[in-house]
Design a protein around this ligand. Sequence first.
Ligand SMILES: O=C(O)C1=C[C@@H](OP(=O)(O)O)[C@@H](O)[C@H](O)C1
Ligand SMILES: C=C(OP(=O)(O)O)C(=O)O
Length: 436
Amino acid sequence: MVDVSLWKAPVAASPVHASVTLPGSKSITNRALILAALASGPSTITGALRSRDTDLMIDALRALGARIDGDAGATTLRVAPGDLGSATVDCGLAGTVMRFLPPLAALSNGAVAFDGDEQARTRPLNTILDALRGLGVDIDGDGLPFTVNGHGQVSGGVVTIDASGSSQFVSGLLLSAARFDLGVTVRHEGRSVPSMPHIDMTVEMLREAGVRVQTPGDGGDADTWRVFPGPVDAVDWVIEPDLSNATPFLAAAAVTGGSVGVPLWPARTTQPGDAIRGILTDMGADVSLADSTLTVRGPRSLRGIDVDLHDIGELTPTVAALAALADGPSTLRGIAHLRGHETDRLAALRTEINNLGGAVTETDDGLRIEPRPLHGGAWHSYADHRMATAGAILGLVVPGVEIEDIGTTAKTLPGFEALWETMLKPSSAEQIGAPS
Ligand SMILES: O=C(O)C1=C[C@@H](OP(=O)(O)O)[C@@H](O)[C@H](O)C1
Ligand SMILES: C=C(OP(=O)(O)O)C(=O)O
């Protein structure tokens, strides 16, 4: 149920100067959990994110038969694979749970019943269920709720899908495919696949677990990914900080003319959040990476931007908030698929920024944002963690922004309000820590 209480977004009385340490990446944590549950021995996961999306994944894998040691909130997890059996899975509103788990559930010996939040029922899902049917899996239903009737084995083989709605359809099939009799060859046909770095993340993590993968980039056909059958090795995973969750904090420096540093920024990563460096630079901020800390120094005023976010759609709410505060117009393109995210993010951003006096129009594949003086008002978050954090960015410089259901940030960043409020304290340049 949506919490309709309002959180008064704090205004930055002066430029923000802070160091903010972020917890682990949602996307890497949930992939590591899946691979650990399919592995041939016990794995450890260090620096795991504990949030609604990752706890739903942990609960589901435990219900399916994996043993996961680590109390509520523990960021070091020991995962021992077990025999997979009947289970009930709550997907919440998590794309990674609803799309990564059905292929794994197909390997179980028993019926695995999936459901989730009411709002999750409208997220695109049938592509992966149809793909699994094409690979020999018995499934009742075409969307939430649905049941995967596992028979302990999946034939696998070649399947053609339209993954233009979500990269998670491809990632989900690839993650479990080494355990299918024939592995899998996924061919995409349709408009281009979004969020390609997330598929690269999947491929990289599979290879780290000793799985043989062929991609379009290494001799395979265009838009085709192949996972060969074989064991999944146990790995001691170390999770990078969540760079998408870092973006609102970096934006705080950009919109207040301050400076924010994020330690433990990886030198090389498949996380889309890394692209915030180029975006903030193009908007006029000074961005530097030294001694593993990414530091953003805000300009006197931000420039508008014309940017294709097709590969990095997750960053759209942050970029839209930045653009609404820039001194010239912006165009965000390549993100039609955001209409199937936690909420229709294009409609939500247009509506909420315009409610504060903005001038945002929706295009076929994105947003056009004209700068306007903004005023305070209620900001609806639509159970979308990134809508809530986008409102917080605006609230730093627009007095009177009140955010509905700030607790929805717990989807990927529990404790967001405390981290945000601490960032605004004068002493916070010293260190703001993630929970350990
Ligand atoms: O694989 C992943 O971990 C994700 C892939 C992307 O999904 P889409 O391809 O549906 O945009 C991204 O937006 C989501 O937050 C996480
Ligand atoms: C789209 C997102 O999440 P999900 O994994 O639920 O698709 C997101 O975190 O921006």
